[in-house]
Design a protein around this ligand. Structure first.
Ligand SMILES: Nc1ncnc2c1ncn2[C@@H]1O[C@H](COP(=O)(O)OP(=O)(O)OP(=O)(O)O)[C@@H](O)[C@H]1O
Ligand SMILES: [Mg+2]
Length: 259
């Protein structure tokens, strides 16, 4: 069985990371440590910089200041070519399913394998079958993305993300647009990949049910920093004003009016 125990050194570390776009500060000193095998969720309002955070971890954005380490290695200012092997550690489930609409599910999931492995066709197909099986979608290789429901497309996105056996999976809003049953299925999938493969997961979401179902630790991104951090219980019980306001505790929903 794979260990899911937290290791000693963090596998992903951000220290004092700052990022501005056209003079507008988005990250103002993000400190974040994720242990190997851990599932860490970044909560935060729309536009708070959650996706920007994830993009720094895989070198799609470069920090203005601060340090980012992956498995102990300083990756803050790596060149594009030096990022390539580091990115092999990561699987990314992008916000939106981000499948290639004109390609079959087989070709979508095989895409990273064809880019990064010189495998014979039968090995590629076997790995694709394994990944689809892992997300509960065995046998749909010949279908096109347009033929799938939103929940199935998200799971195909996960199958593609795990194709190269990454050690770290980044999930950006994996349940947005899904109904409760499909959202729950994604949560079960995130947990089972952690337990079976020992992967480290970083999840970005506004979905509190998902957050509490999968997370070992949770951080609230607010005003460009991780303002509150803790395990599920600590977050649920937090009286921190930033968390209260994110959870909407200070603003009761207006009652629906008949009409
Ligand atoms: N490449 C970019 N160029 C300019 N501005 C950007 C870029 N990427 C992000 N931003 C800005 O940074 C801010 C944070 O964006 P980000 O996508 O991280 O938000 P988010 O927390 O993921 O929001 P959501 O929950 O809506 O996905 C936004 O104001 C956005 O416009
Ligand atoms: Mg986002």
């Amino acid at each position: 069985m794979n260990s899911t125990q937290a290791g000693t050194a963090p596998i992903v570390l951000m220290e004092g990371v700052r990022k501005a776009f056209r003079g507008q500060d988005v990250l103002r000193g993000v400190d974040l440590e994720v242990a190997a095998g851990e599932t860490y969720t970044i909560l935060g309002g729309s536009g708070s910089g959650k996706s920007v955070c994830l993009k720094h971890m895989i070198g799609l954005l470069e920090a203005d200041a601060g340090t980012i380490r992956v498995d102990g290695r300083d990756v803050t200012h790596l060149s594009e070519s030096a990022w390539v092997p580091v990115r092999h550690d990561f699987g990314m489930v992008f916000q939106g399913a981000a499948l290639f609409d004109s390609l079959s599910i087989l070709e979508n999931v095989a895409y990273p394998l064809r880019e990064h492995r010189r495998w014979p066709e039968d090995r590629v197909r076997a790995r694709v079958a394994e990944c689809l099986e892992a997300v509960g979608l065995a046998g749909i290789e010949a279908m096109l993305p347009a033929e799938l429901s939103g929940g199935m497309r998200k799971r195909v996105g996960v199958a593609r993300a795990i194709a190269l056996e990454p050690r770290i999976i980044l999930y950006d809003e994996p349940t947005t647009g899904l109904d409760p049953a499909n959202s729950r299925r994604i949560g079960v999938l995130i947990r089972s990949l952690q337990q079976r493969l020992g992967v480290t997961s970083l999840v970005v979401t506004h979905d509190l049910e998902l957050c509490f179902a999968v997370s070992d630790r949770i951080g609230l991104l607010r005003d460009g920093r991780i303002a509150v951090e803790g395990d599920g219980q600590a977050i649920r019980e937090s009286t921190d004003p930033a968390m209260q306001s994110f959870l909407g505790g200070d603003e009761p929903l207006p009652a629906a009016t008949a009409g």
